[in-house]
Design a protein around this ligand. Structure first.
Ligand code: RP5
Length: 164
């Protein structure tokens, strides 16, 4: 069984600077995770093995990030009953619009919960994973409440002049 509740998978090492935001957010919420590089087109056998075995390994949610012709989240979702959240990584050629459209346009029947391009998407994927886990875990529920309360408290009521 996996020691972690959430699997963060990504197509390439180059996705890590984006996907690290998901990892950091899960860590802040006290949620266990494991990050792996699993490419749909460079390591298809690894992808198949991972996705087929993810539930049996003990994972409860999968966060999948990929860029360009981003097949990884959809292919993974096709191979597992676990919820899959897709993060479009900002690509060099098309700034992530290609990634977004590749991930979000799943035909009806195999869902991928698709987030925003880049850092915001990676962060929110972790928060959504947390919301799923919180249904059966009061520690995560509390951590999510604290996360929101801290961000609410950090918003000043009035704007100030830029000091630069
Ligand atoms: C995708 O191709 C990866 O998810 C990555 O976003 C993109 C580019 O990969 P590299 O050429 O940087 O390895 O598979």
């Amino acid at each position: 069984m996996a020691q972690a509740d959430v699997a963060i998978i990504m197509g390439s090492q180059s996705d890590w600077p984006t996907m690290k935001h998901a990892a950091d957010t899960l860590a802040e919420l006290g949620i266990s995770f494991e990050a792996r590089i699993v490419s749909a087109h460079r390591t298809p056998d690894r992808m198949y093995e991972f996705a087929k075995g993810a539930k049996a390994e003990g994972f409860k949610v999968i966060i999948a990030g990929a860029g360009g012709a981003a097949h990884l989240p959809g292919m993974t979702a096709a191979l597992t009953p676990l919820p899959v959240f897709g993060v479009p990584v900002e690509s060099r050629a098309l700034s992530g619009e290609d990634s977004l459209l590749s991930i979000v346009q799943m035909p009806g029947g195999i869902p991928v919960g698709t987030l925003a391009i880049g850092k915001a998407g990676a962060t929110n994927a972790a928060l959504l994973a947390g919301a799923v886990l919180a249904l059966n875990n009061s520690d995560v529920e509390e951590a999510l409440e604290t996360y929101r309360a801290e961000r609410t408290a950090a918003v000043a009521e009035f704007p100030v002049d830029d000091t630069n």
